[in-house]
Write a protein that binds this ligand. Structure first.
Ligand code: FAD
Length: 462
């Protein structure tokens, strides 16, 4: 046992310092793509303990990897293979400190699981709108550190848009607290926005104040099939005009996804979109509005083929469950090469068509499984191997060329190679390759200013 580990154990005790076999569950991500080995896993229960642990790690010159629910998809939350990094798990820091129906705010600690926060808000007739398929495991701290998006960004924004204030422990153990929850506050530079999306590289988020909204009285989902993506975008435009702000979700799925979900009770091909309306009106009037809108769309939007509308909360949830089972179904089907991209809406149909053709040339038989948050211009552009071939073989033979083809095409159309999953270890080199040199230099200077010894998540993002 190293002297550093012995010192951590003697100061914080066995229950809060895991090592060896006890640490295994924290050492790899859920897909097993970024396995590593940790010197120890620290599990603070209070903010004081986070501070004390970070100070001790600084003294022993230990690198620290903050970890929440460990659902991240870019290798930012697991240790590397050296066995010298310490994982700081925030999961036990999981108190809801306050919920104010008047201020419409929720103040919670970083380790709170997203689904628990949604339930706490719902219990008061309120809505915490951040929503993603990993919500049963991911944590508030991880959501903020990755600036998570998800399915409700169209109306409510991403984690950054929902955050009013943060509490952060810096690399040297100092505590910065900005939990007043003010909606207007211009006292100097906005430090909050610096930490949001910084993937654990600039500080450890210990708590946050988040915005709530009144719980919508009625939510309706419509599953619409269309001939093509141009039609899907025309439907989005039409929906915005007719439903206004009440349009709260617009997800798209390519017909190829059907291969992952063979027993789907609703049609998927050639394209399907899941549209959500959230409103304070009653069920009957909302229902009538969605039906009227779809009738109009049927007449005026080219390529609309069929529509199914939910008539109860159970049906609403069933339709969403179809969309949310896609990530797990992909994993069960053997996985694929993932690209979390965003593009100007107007560029999306041409990108999907032309890039599909380019990939078919490059590697005949590959199957683009395209789905995602179309309303936000964000697609999960995932490439499955040809039928009968393994993902490992595809990655080995063509992985780099496929990703290059996708990312260069995205860049040429003014898009982003990282829409909502972050950079971590997976996309670090791509950031260096594509970022404006001035932006990269500014990022490095910020990192040096806040973490001069490069101890927080080194080698991730930068
Ligand atoms: P972790 O995975 O533990 O950590 C993620 C990053 O944040 C790491 O760099 C880590 O070091 C850092 N970090 C964690 N906690 C803290 C903290 N308290 N302080 C500082 N840094 C911290 N993401 C989306 O945006 N939209 C989606 O729709 C979406 N869908 C998903 C679906 C599935 C099935 C899965 C598995 C993942 C999905 N993700 C999605 C990705 C992931 O769930 C999000 O990135 C989530 O916000 C990560 O939260 P976490 O608590 O699991 O963080």
């Amino acid at each position: 046992m190293t002297r550093a580990l012995a010192s951590l154990l003697s100061e914080f005790g066995d229950a809060q310092v895991l090592h060896g076999a006890d640490a295994v569950g924290f050492e790899k991500d859920w897909r097993g793509q970024f396995p590593g080995r940790a010197l120890a896993v620290l599990q603070p229960r209070t903010v004081d303990e986070v501070q004390a642990m970070l100070r001790r790690c600084a003294e022993w010159q230990l690198d620290v990897v903050p970890q929440g629910g460990n659902t991240g998809l870019v290798g930012g939350s697991t240790p590397d293979a050296t066995g010298r990094e310490v994982v700081l798990s925030l999961k036990r820091l999981n108190r809801i400190r306050s919920l104010s129906p008047t201020n419409l705010t929720l103040t919670a600690e970083a380790g709170c699981v997203l689904a628990h926060l949604q339930a706490a808000a719902e219990g008061q007739g309120l809505l915490f709108p951040l929503s993603l398929a990993a919500e049963g495991s991911c944590t508030l701290g991880g959501n903020l550190a990755t600036n998570a998006g998800g399915t409700q960004v169209l109306r409510w924004g991403n984690a950054r848009d929902l955050c009013l204030g943060l509490e952060v422990v810096t690399a040297d153990g100092a505590l910065w607290s900005d939990l007043d929850g003010l909606r207007k506050d211009h006292r100097g530079f906005n430090l909050r926005d610096l930490f949001i999306g910084s993937e654990g590289c600039l500080g450890v988020i210990t708590a946050a104040v988040m915005k709530l909204s009144p719980q919508p009285r009625t939510r309706i989902a419509a599953w619409v099939t269309l001939n093509d993506l141009e039609g899907a975008l025309a439907l989005l435009r039409h929906g915005r005009l007719h439903l206004g702000d009440e349009l709260s979700g617009f997800e798209a799925m390519a017909g190829t996804v059907q291969a992952l979900l063979p027993h789907l009770p609703v049609p998927l091909a050639p394209w399907a979109v899941l549209v959500e309306l959230s409103t304070q009106r009653d069920e009957a009037s909302a229902q009538a509005q969605v039906e009227a809108w779809l009738h109009e769309a049927w007449a005026h939007v080219p390529g609309v083929r069929s529509a199914v509308i939910s008539h109860s909360m159970a049906q609403f949830q069933d339709l969403w469950a179809l969309r949310e089972q896609i990530p797990a179904a992909q994993t069960e089907a053997g996985g694929n090469l993932k690209h979390d991209i965003s593009l100007p809406l107007t560029a999306i149909p041409a990108f999907v068509r032309d890039n599909g053709a380019a990939l078919a040339q490059l590697c005949p038989g590959v199957r683009p499984m395209v789905f995602g948050h179309l309303g936000d211009g964000n697609l999960h552009y995932n490439i499955a191997p040809p039928v009968g071939e393994s993902l490992a073989a595809l990655r080995e033979a063509h992985g780099e060329a496929i990703t290059r083809c996708v990312f260069d095409h995205v860049a040429a159309l003014g898009g982003s190679f990282s829409a909502e999953h972050g950079i971590g270890r997976l996309r670090r080199d791509e950031l260096v390759r594509q970022a404006d040199p001035v932006a990269l230099d500014l990022m490095r200077r910020v990192k040096r200013a806040l973490d001069p010894a490069n101890r927080l998540n080194p080698g991730r993002v930068l």
